[in-house]
Design a protein around this ligand. Structure first.
Ligand SMILES: Cc1cc2nc3c(=O)[nH]c(=O)nc-3n(C[C@H](O)[C@H](O)[C@H](O)COP(=O)(O)OP(=O)(O)OC[C@H]3O[C@@H](n4cnc5c(N)ncnc54)[C@H](O)[C@@H]3O)c2cc1C
Ligand code: FES
Ligand code: FES
Length: 437
């Protein structure tokens, strides 16, 4: 397991047990290097793709922004997405469009396979029993101007009903187009790629007309083999692929004049990436972690459990709530070494040696409330005991990163936290109030 976002819901439901090999402390898997293209370790998180790689690999950053919530993106990794091989996975769609390869290592050696060949069917991939996914290699052209368009049941926390990624190779006058959730695996729209290469007005200032975009959309839809599922009918998905195909190409084209011409920049472009700290101490002796400033031991019987179960069931720290154990509601949000996460998705062992903060530890020693808590009280944003702790943690995290957020940024910062009954208006007001102070 790497980020645990796929494995932990299964363990929480009792559908998967037994020992687990934790890859999160293998520092080589979090490494990023830039040569003729960019090599991203399999342990690189979606937050790293979004925050650090925005300048470096735009298509990955754009896709990562649509995935789940901040809490999930902080932990979920590239390697986990590749191994799970979900046909609707956003990052796989972007990797396919950018011509990326997977690097696989075993005792027999190292091999590289194009992502679209690595994905062999729904939730199936060409990963041998003894192999580890070590990295993803994005060629220099895959770092070019890009766009990502996705439709799902809602604006956030939604798996794609259909998604299209486009990357322009301006120098060679070519394009990569990936489509997700509309075939057994994310696929390349090869006919559409050929058509754009031949027919698009590549010269300076050339504009794409409506007819060309419509034709591209039809060719993208032609590359799909959708099946009806809970997210849409066959007709809906084909129609969505056609609309999103034209839309994504138009967006990438619009940016091509301003985008950096070719290449993946230098390592400095990635410097702001949040990469899980590879210097975490090795676990020897009795494993310990800090929770709200106090040191606790990890009891042996809790090693296979989630951090949430350790907190609530073993240590009786009940501030983080348990409402879904699937990463969907955010009520269990805690901060681990300064980055928020759903405690239900984090194996307790991954918190060893870390500082965990819960809402219970936010107020000062004299009882003075944290500014976010005070603002929630004042704005009438304190709702039920299930959702409020998670909202406080997510709002505090947002204001640390973005001290003066717009309403859109507030909504985005809180989109991993659900209220099933009251609403969000007062909570957004409270965050605005806390920011103003
Ligand atoms: C609430 C929620 C919402 C989500 N929303 C979206 C979404 O909108 N779009 C989307 O695309 N995805 C979404 N996901 C899926 C999730 O983010 C990805 O699948 C994630 O990338 C999995 O990575 P992980 O490191 O957490 O995997 P883990 O759970 O750690 O591992 C998953 C599997 O991969 C294997 N594995 C991990 N790393 C390696 C490696 N290096 N080599 C070999 N095998 C490995 C493990 O053995 C395990 O079987 C969502 C998940 C959750 C929980
Ligand atoms: S997200 Fe963890 S309990 Fe719902
Ligand atoms: S879930 Fe807490 S008020 Fe709606």
């Amino acid at each position: 397991m790497a980020g645990g976002t796929e494995v932990m819901p299964l363990r929480n439901r009792g559908e998967r047990g037994g020992p687990v090999l934790d890859l999160s402390r293998v520092s080589e898997l979090s490494a990023i290097s830039v040569e003729d293209g960019v090599r991203l370790g399999a342990g690189v998180s979606y937050t790293a793709l979004l925050e650090g790689l925005g300048k470096g690999v735009p298509v990955l950053a754009l896709a990562a922004r649509t995935i789940a919530s901040r809490q999930v993106r902080n932990r979920a990794t590239l390697g986990g997405a590749l191994a799970i091989a979900d046909p609707s996975a956003d990052i796989l769609c972007a990797l396919v469009a950018g011509g990326a390869e997977v690097e696989l290592a075993s005792l027999s050696g190292v091999r590289r396979v194009p992502v679209e060949r690595f994905l062999t069917g729904p939730y199936r991939c060409d990963l041998g029993n003894e192999e580890l996914i070590t990295a993803v290699l994005v060629p220099a052209w895959g770092c070019g101007p890009a766009a990502y368009a996705k439709v799902g049941a809602r604006n956030a926390m939604a798996r794609a009903a259909c998604a299209v990624a486009v990357v322009l190779d301006v120098e060679r006058r070519a394009v990569g187009i990936g489509v997700a959730a509309c075939a057994p695996t994310p696929v390349r729209a090869l006919e559409a790629e050929r058509f754009v290469a031949e027919e698009a007005p590549w010269g300076e200032g050339g504009e794409l007309g409506e007819r060309l975009l419509k034709r591209v959309g039809a060719l993208v839809a032609g590359a799909t083999r959708p099946r009806a599922d809970g997210r849409g009918s066959v007709e809906y998905k084909r129609h969505a692929a056609a609309v999103l195909g034209g839309r994504a190409l138009a967006r990438a084209w619009r940016d091509r004049a301003t985008a950096r011409a070719g290449g993946c920049g230098t390592l400095a472009d990635y410097a702001s990436a949040f990469v899980p700290d590879p210097s975490l101490p090795a676990v020897d002796g009795a494993p310990k972690l800090k929770i709200d400033g106090a040191e606790h031991h990890l009891p042996e019987e809790a090693t296979g459990d989630s951090l949430l179960r350790l907190l609530r069931d073993q240590l009786h720290i009940t501030a983080p709530k348990n409402a879904c154990e699937e990463g969907e509601c955010g009520s269990c949000t805690v901060s681990i070494d300064g980055e928020i996460a759903c405690a239900c998705l984090v194996p307790a062992v991954q918190a060893v040696g870390c500082e965990v903060e819960t809402v219970a530890g936010l107020s000062a020693a004299d009882g003075e409330l944290h500014p976010v808590q005070a603002a929630l009280l004042e704005a009438g944003g304190v709702q039920c005991g299930f959702c409020t702790p998670g909202f406080v943690m997510a709002a505090r995290d947002l204001l640390r990163r973005v001290p003066d957020p717009t309403d859109e940024q507030i909504r985005e910062g809180l989109n991993g936290n659900l209220c099933r009954c009251t609403g969000y208006r007062k909570i957004v007001e409270a965050v605005r109030l806390a920011a103003a102070r």
